[in-house]
Design a protein around this ligand. Structure first.
Ligand SMILES: [Fe+2]
Ligand SMILES: [Fe+2]
Length: 261
């Protein structure tokens, strides 16, 4: 039986996270026999958001598709690339006027895989319904002949994430959650064969508050004053999840959370 090994990497934070990916991802891919890498890059630029340089850094390090989330529009410099780079996604449920798109097709010869990016709406911006957006994207993936489908669901509320996961169970190969930067312990295969985890975590400084220096986060929370977020250099962790997808059925047979330092 043949399998496709999908590695999903949690929100890459700043140059610390990008540098770690560059140093460790190529070897990690070989070690685990990874076929395709999807990384959330919404925080990959220092100071938040994503820039052309941080996107290029991730792709040159072996990332096939970059997904994003609520920070994607922070830096105007990325807008053109959201339109021109097929493998850089933003949540599909933003209004149509927003640059970019929420789906791409990765054609690796022996298989075609659709990657989709959707954002939650509970405790987040009031975007289009994630359930209806998922239905729309799945129809597009079908039209494109993609047998394998992977969703980055960028959302805050665990209940919304699990609800969308079960809504898509058996209809997508994998759905992984991002945004909270804290990994959850529920990597699993849902009853109808969708690989699922509520949140895959973060790639960035380990001793931090979601990637930010603790003293800065504490200062902001105590005083309500704006602070420019700075990032620690070390030590860094890379959180993610490896999904083993059966190439005959397109269903997932294994989900293993990973965290390396
Ligand atoms: Fe993030
Ligand atoms: Fe986010």
């Amino acid at each position: 039986m043949n399998y496709i090994q999908v590695l999903a990497i949690g929100d890459v934070v700043g140059s610390a996270g990008c540098g770690f990916i560059r140093r460790h991802l190529p070897h990690f891919k070989k070690l685990k026999g990874i076929d395709i890498v999807i990384a959330n890059g919404e925080n990959s630029a220092d100071g938040n958001g994503i820039l052309p340089a941080s996107a290029a850094h991730l792709m040159e390090s072996g990332v096939d598709v970059i997904t994003t989330g609520n920070h994607v529009l922070r830096r105007k410099e990325i807008y053109d690339e959201l339109d021109s780079n097929s493998f850089l996604l933003r949540p599909a449920n933003y209004p149509a006027e927003v640059p970019g798109k929420g789906i791409c097709i990765v054609d690796k010869g022996r298989y075609r895989l659709a990657v989709m990016n959707i954002m939650g709406t509970v405790f987040m911006e009031n975007l289009a319904c994630p359930f209806e957006t998922a239905d729309r994207l799945l129809a597009l993936a079908k039209e494109e002949g993609a047998k394998y489908t992977v969703v980055d669901f960028h959302a805050e509320a665990t209940a919304e994430k699990r609800a969308v996961g079960f809504y898509l169970d058996g209809r997508v190969s994998v759905l992984f959650g991002t945004h909270t930067h804290v990994a959850t312990a529920d990597a699993q295969v849902l009853p109808w064969g969708t690989g699922y985890i509520t949140d895959i975590g973060m790639t960035g400084p380990a001793d931090s508050v979601l990637g930010v220096k603790p003293e800065l986060a504490i200062h902001k929370m105590r005083t309500k004053m704006p602070v420019r977020f700075d990032y620690e250099d070390a030590p860094v962790q890379m959180d993610g999840c490896i999904f083993t997808v059966d190439s005959a059925s397109g269903k997932t047979v294994g989900a293993e959370r990973v965290s390396i330092k």
